[in-house]
Write a protein that binds this ligand. Structure first.
Ligand SMILES: [Zn+2]
Length: 223
């Protein structure tokens, strides 16, 4: 089991700003590779030895994948919705959306998963689009609290549902591999909007779905 579980509920209505990702001037690839060489020397190794000579290039290519979210606008994924849902007005829940993000304080990986629920008002969206929203926000430098709020706010604006619920679980590399070395600690953040915030029964139904998924697993959250 986990050494500690931190619940961090975010107040509804709390405004958290997205980063002005597109206003940044990127350095050249050569400049970025020089920066990686500097960090290798800072760690105490020789960037010119055989095993490390291609590492700066690899790191820069990896950054293109890890931080692909800066080139995406998650709101765009929700533009195509379906109104012909045969009057479906029950919860839609998507569990266990895996993500890898990076903490903006240490640039260390955050391995986690998101659970999302919404209560449609008059339209639904393809479920893969919800996973893409999580993916785009996670592939940026993040703090988990803000990422949780950004996902919820984007779903609320895009789907205009009766409610949105987001729970994010994350294992933070900056805490598991350094500092306090809590290798089993998982951080849990949540944001409940609309009926999920106002109706305990609706919130409970969503949290039960997460609990059921948990109960069917054995052992660690991140096997
Ligand atoms: Zn950190």
């Amino acid at each position: 089991m986990h050494a500690s579980l931190m619940m961090n509920g975010l107040a509804a209505g709390q405004v958290l700003q997205s980063r002005p990702a597109r206003q940044v001037t990127r350095p050249s690839l050569a400049e970025a590779e020089i920066a990686v060489r500097t960090l290798i020397r800072w760690a105490g190794d020789n960037p010119d030895r055989e095993g490390l000579i291609d590492t700066p290039g690899r790191i820069c290519r990896a950054y293109k994948q890890w931080f692909a979210g800066y080139d995406e606008d998650p709101a765009e994924f929700l533009q195509r919705t379906f109104e012909e849902a045969a009057g479906y007005d029950e919860l839609v829940v998507l569990l266990n959306i895996r993500f890898v993000s990076h903490c903006e304080h240490h640039m260390a990986p955050i391995n986690g998963r998101a659970h999302i629920g919404y209560l449609p008002r008059d339209r639904v969206v393809g479920i893969s689009k919800i996973a893409r929203v999580v993916d785009a926000f996670s592939k940026r430098f993040q703090i988990q609290e803000r990422m949780t709020a950004e996902i919820a706010n984007t779903l609320e604006a895009g789907l205009q549902p009766l409610g949105v619920a987001v729970v994010v679980e994350g294992a933070h590399g900056c805490m598991t591999s350094r500092g306090i070395h809590q290798s089993q600690a998982t951080m849990v953040t949540s944001r409940m909007l609309g009926l999920f915030r106002d109706q305990p029964q609706t919130r409970h139904e969503f949290l039960s779905a997460i609990g059921l998924a948990r109960a069917s697993e054995c052992g660690n959250l991140f096997p």
